[in-house]
Design a protein around this ligand. Structure first.
Ligand SMILES: [Zn+2]
Length: 333
């Protein structure tokens, strides 16, 4: 299996030797420059599995499972910066479809450079999605579509997706206040033990419920999920809701975490066991972003599938959060 990195402009492979033709290589000034670049293309988990695999191959069997993403990035950055490894452009591999065209650069990787290189760097950093769109819920694959037509389709697609996330309501779900819904969190009763709720979810028939159970277990172990009342369970009384303070419309949430300080609004947690956000998911994302902007939530976390299956949806969540100016923490389970 080849470890292909796609940074939005070019595809690269790690290699041990450089070439004399500099246009065929991605060059770095030093280890920090290289690490910043890797960080920007691994943001939110996209490409990270490729970096892990590549590091494993080139680090003579180092036990990568014990290393954090950041450690992998900094060690690969060191190798690239010191000339122990090179990134060579890849020919003859069908390019993945870039779905989102980033319009604003200026994040960390772009900002850290100056001079003539900065424009290219910020373009690279602002391209958010590096995999082709999955068909339904099947894992994404590199598509053979012509890059140019994909680019045009991609621009149309992001505006459609943004419009669902921006205009969250259809004709039947408008707020009676005439403005936007104003979301407030309502914890569940919390009569059932937290561990029992998690066990029930894990034993459920549906794959989605099982995934929610695993995600909740992960959150309980990390200490973020503290009380049964913060986790949505089977019965109405044991569900977590977001309710509009104006009109009373409510929708179910997956988890609530305590905010950073006591008395601050809870953090909204959404768990999605799919490879792609559909229209309803996009509206829901828009509503969650509304809740954050209105102050009803003090943060937003999306728990998404790990590995290749979750790359596209991760790109969607990151891209929409970025476009709508709402930081979203993505955790891959
Ligand atoms: Zn309302």
């Amino acid at each position: 299996m080849r470890n292909i990195l796609w940074d939005g402009l070019h595809q690269f492979e790690f290699s041990r030797g450089g070439t004399s033709d500099r246009s065929e290589m991605r060059e770095f000034h030093d280890r920090n420059h290289a690490a910043n670049y890797l960080r920007s293309i691994a943001r939110g988990g996209s490409n990270m599995h490729v970096l892990r695999r590549a590091f494993h191959e080139h680090a003579m069997g180092a036990d990568v499972s014990r290393l954090s993403d950041e450690e992998i990035i900094s060690r690969l950055g060191m190798l690239l910066g010191q000339g122990g490894l090179f990134l060579s452009k890849v020919d003859g591999f069908s390019p993945p479809v870039s779905t989102y065209e980033g319009e604003s650069g200026g994040d960390s990787a772009g900002a850290s450079e100056s001079g003539s290189g900065s424009k290219a760097a910020s373009q690279e950093a602002s391209t958010l999605v590096s995999v082709s769109e999955p068909k339904d819920d099947s894992p994404p694959e590199a598509s053979g579509l012509l890059a140019r037509s994909a680019k045009v389709a991609g621009v149309a697609k992001i505006s459609e997706q943004l419009s669902a996330a921006l205009f969250t309501e259809g004709a039947n779900t408008q707020c009676t206040s005439k403005g936007a819904h104003r979301w407030e969190a309502k914890e569940a009763k919390g009569k059932n033990r937290l561990s029992q709720k998690i066990d029930d979810a894990k034993a459920a028939r549906s794959k989605g419920a099982q995934f929610e159970g695993r995600a909740a277990e992960h959150n309980m172990m990390s200490g973020d999920l503290k009380r049964s009342s913060q986790l949505s369970g089977g019965t109405h009384a044991e569900k977590v809701f977001w309710t509009c303070a104006e009109c009373g419309m409510s929708r179910e949430g997956d988890q609530l975490h305590d905010g950073a300080t006591s008395g601050s609004a809870p953090i909204a947690v959404e768990v999605k066991n799919k490879s792609k956000l559909g229209e309803q998911d996009l509206r829901q994302l828009g509503r969650n972003i509304q809740a954050v902007k209105q102050g009803g939530a003090s943060g937003l976390i999306y728990k998404l599938p790990a590995g290749k299956t979750g790359d596209y949806i991760t790109g969607q969540v990151n891209a929409i959060g970025e476009r709508l100016g709402c930081p979203i923490r993505v955790i891959r389970v």
